[in-house]
Design a protein around this ligand. Structure first.
Ligand SMILES: Cc1cc2nc3c(=O)[nH]c(=O)nc-3n(C[C@H](O)[C@H](O)[C@H](O)COP(=O)(O)O)c2cc1C
Length: 148
């Protein structure tokens, strides 16, 4: 089973989440920014794609990447300062999923909440990002890909 992790990040949080995700995946799994995303993703069993929320939707570069992705198993992760259990968060994710190329399937979704009072602060305090949960999301997602 092989995977790739692609992320869009402005202040570094989504990049850190992406690195935690890749730490839960087989050794050698690529982790690249959307600027370096390969055009052909058909060789991957699973594509993890991460973005940050900007004005209630995926950030512009994240949207661009989502539009280019076609894969049976796409795992979407987002960072946002809205409550991750809110209707608004579900709309963020739904909006992102709907950008994927037709025929794509979604194998998992994951949201990291960021503190609204600190969201413009750089560098990012790693302890606030629940990186263990992001790693667990990656492991759980891959185990579901394997079971298919
Ligand atoms: C310009 C801007 C707009 C944002 N808009 C939203 C938003 O509409 N909803 C939300 O939940 N978070 C919003 N955020 C919070 C970011 O999604 C959050 O800080 C995220 O962790 C940034 O990711 P990054 O560190 O990878 O760039 C916004 C952040 C910025 C800088």
């Amino acid at each position: 089973m092989n995977a790739i992790v692609v992320y869009s990040s402005q202040t570094g949080r989504t990049k850190q989440i992406a690195q935690a995700v890749v730490s839960g995946l087989p050794e050698g799994t690529p982790c690249v920014s959307v600027d370096e995303m390969p055009k052909d993703l058909s060789g991957y069993d699973c594509v993890f794609v991460g973005f940050w929320s900007d004005k209630d939707q995926a950030d512009p570069k994240g949207q661009e990447a989502l539009r280019q992705i076609k894969n049976d198993n796409v795992a979407v992760f987002a960072t946002l300062h809205d409550d991750p259990y809110s209707d608004q968060a579900s709309k963020h994710l739904r909006g992102a999923v709907e950008l994927l190329k037709p025929g794509s399937g979604v194998i998992g979704t994951y949201v990291t909440w960021t503190d609204k009072d600190k969201y413009m602060q750089v560098p990012v305090d790693e302890s606030e990002l629940n990186l263990d949960q992001a790693r667990a999301f990656a492991q759980d997602t891959m185990s579901r890909v394997q079971k298919q």
